[in-house]
Structures are given as structure tokens and as C-alpha cells.
Write a protein that binds this ligand. Sequence first.
Ligand code: GSH
Length: 213
Amino acid sequence: MKLWGYFRSSAAFRVRIALNLKRLSYEQASIHLRKNEQGRPDFLALQPQGLVPALDDDGDVLIQSMAIIEYLDETHPTPPLLPGHPVDRARVRALAQAVACDIHPIDNLRVLRYLAKPLGHDETVVEAWYNHWIKLGFDGIERLLADDERTGTFCHGETPSLADICLVPQVYNEKRYPSFDMAPYPTIRRVFDACMKLDAFDAARPEKQPDAE
Ligand SMILES: N[C@@H](CCC(=O)N[C@@H](CS)C(=O)NCC(=O)O)C(=O)O
């Protein structure tokens, strides 16, 4: 398999974790987002949205991290990334989507760039935007985790799932910004720490990728 990604992309980070949990080997192709390589014609031919990641599995090119991860889970069912019961599956998907649908898209590079230019907001305003939406998202996720007895060592029980795969890269981003206060999120921090002790998560971290700077 071949994964197009970028070391700092949290959506690519999700797919790297899933591939590692499934013990699948893959090569990586770097799309340097800061240098706008996502707009390169050869990459747009693969992913017309100009977003990483994309995964080539034996000639089938898959896009969108959640679709890729569910594909991997369907084609390589062990270990499962979703629990067995439909209600539990819905909970795990809801936690994952709280990150992937509600937080991540509005704090994406192209959104932050658009706020700066052409909208003309300075760095302080862009940072305030970023932190505001992360805080709102994490406030809800902290309650969803802390107030539910199905939360275990991981977001759902004792094995990592799609929910942890989405949560960890988002937390990882925030740790890069000391201005964002993680103190109000003890459960999120505890789950994050548990995940990062696993090789699959650790090996997927940005600074361990071949294109890390
Ligand atoms: N919903 C997409 C989001 C992909 C996405 O936003 N990728 C970011 C990196 S994390 C990207 O390529 N950004 C390029 C840009 O903003 O120009 C997915 O889950 O794959």
C-alpha cells in the first residue's frame, strides 16, 4: 500500500495509526502542505479535493481518512476498530465524528489561511478562532468520555477504536500550541497518554515520519 500524506496532517496521522494497528506495511509519499503540493496536478488527479490523505491499495485509490479507515477495518477485520454492538458502534462513530466532522474541518490549514488572506485577520485573531473551536469541541468530548461508564482505558472500553484514532491526532496538534490549555480535559489527556504508550500510535506520530522537519 502507498499512503499520500504529510507528517503534520492529523487526517493522515489517523490513517497511519489504523494501518499500524492492523500491522499493515505501507510506503509513504509526502505532499508538503505548507509548500502547497496538494495543488500539484499529479496529486489532484488522485484526490481532486487537494486534501491528504489518499491510500493506494493495489491500484484502488481511496480518499477521506474515515472512509479509508473503515475500508481497512472491513478488509482486515483484526483487530476491530469498531465494537460489536450497534449501539456501541454508534457511540464510537459519534466520538470520532465529534473530532473529524465538528472540530477538524474548521481548523484546517486552508480555513486558517483564508481567515488571514483574503479576509485580512491577523495572527492573534486566527489563533483565537482556532482555540475557540478546539475548546468548544473538547468541552463536549470531555463530558462524553468522563460521564459515560463505557469509557475505559481508551475512549470505548479496553481496546483502541476509531474514536481514539481521531482523538489522538487532534490532541497532538493542541500540544504543539502552549497557548491552548489542556488542563480542563483530564479524561482526554488520560486516554491520549494510554494510546501513546502503544507502538501503533507512537510510530504514527508526526516527528517519526520520513518527511518530518
Ligand atoms: N475530511 C478529510 C480531511 C482531510 C484534510 O483536511 N486534510 C488536510 C490535512 S489534515 C489537508 O490536506 N489540508 C490541505 C489544505 O488545507 O490546504 C479527511 O478526513 O481525509
